[in-house]
Design a protein. Structure first.
Length: 234
């Protein structure tokens, strides 16, 4: 009898401790970081523990000293650059990656795509291997950017028009996040991407933030999802 009472008391104490832990976790402010990932930087964390506690010491060799437990919201491949979001909020990550949040890219491609080619890229329907399966690309928004607009946007190494456009800048907006989707879209259309910059996720853009490669800043959830519909209960 006594053993049963002790077991019940132990279970009750464990349940109470779990509830306290979950309550404290809910009260803890979530962290949202916007980073300009430079080209040739891998989306791989290196952690460190110092006298001040653990931290996300670097991302692909880029020294950051960010709070611990952050993860990347939608990776960029090594050769791409631009806006990279990091957070410890799993629900935010699901909302961004699975909620149809638009991601805007500027892609410098070889040659000059025709209107027909642009329409073909925008239609989607391209079979792409993604993870262990094959997915179909969804329709996208694709338009040509004026060189002057890109040059004035504040990107590092801005393009300099010389009267002979050997490459063209495209703006591609996706609500999907397949592996190397923009690069594969342009290559399939016959215009390989030579430079790719993610310039915006949802309502947040590099131009608004004014970040340079390797720089980061704290942001708020609503900075990214300002126009989101009320989220359903988890």
């Amino acid at each position: 009898m006594r053993a049963s009472l002790l077991a019940a008391a132990s279970a009750t104490a464990a349940a109470a401790a779990l509830l306290l832990f979950l309550a404290a976790r809910r009260r803890r402010p979530r962290v949202y970081v916007a980073l300009y990932k430079p080209r040739l930087t891998l989306c791989a964390w290196h952690d460190a523990r110092t006298g001040g506690g653990a931290s996300r010491a670097s991302l692909g060799g880029l020294p950051l000293r960010l709070p611990p437990a952050l993860h990347v919201v939608g990776r960029l491949d090594r050769g791409s650059e631009g806006l990279l979001l990091c957070t410890d909020d799993g629900r935010f990550t699901r909302d961004v990656l699975q909620g149809g949040v638009p991601k805007r890219y500027w892609a410098e491609v070889r040659g000059k795509p025709s209107e027909e080619t642009l329409a073909k890229m925008a239609r989607g329907g391209l079979r792409m291997r993604n993870g262990n399966g094959v997915r179909m690309s969804l329709p996208a928004e694709v338009r040509v950017l004026e060189w002057e607009l890109v040059a004035k946007a504040g990107l590092p190494d801005p393009p300099r028009g010389d009267g002979v456009e050997r490459t063209t800048w495209l703006e591609v907006t996706l609500c999907q996040g397949l592996n190397q989707q923009v690069r594969r879209m342009t290559k399939h259309a016959g215009h390989a991407t030579v430079r790719l910059v993610r310039v915006a996720v949802g309502d947040l853009s590099l131009m608004t933030l004014g970040l340079r490669p390797g720089e980061w800043t704290y942001v708020r959830r609503e900075d990214v999802l300002r126009s989101e519909r009320p989220a359903s209960a988890a």
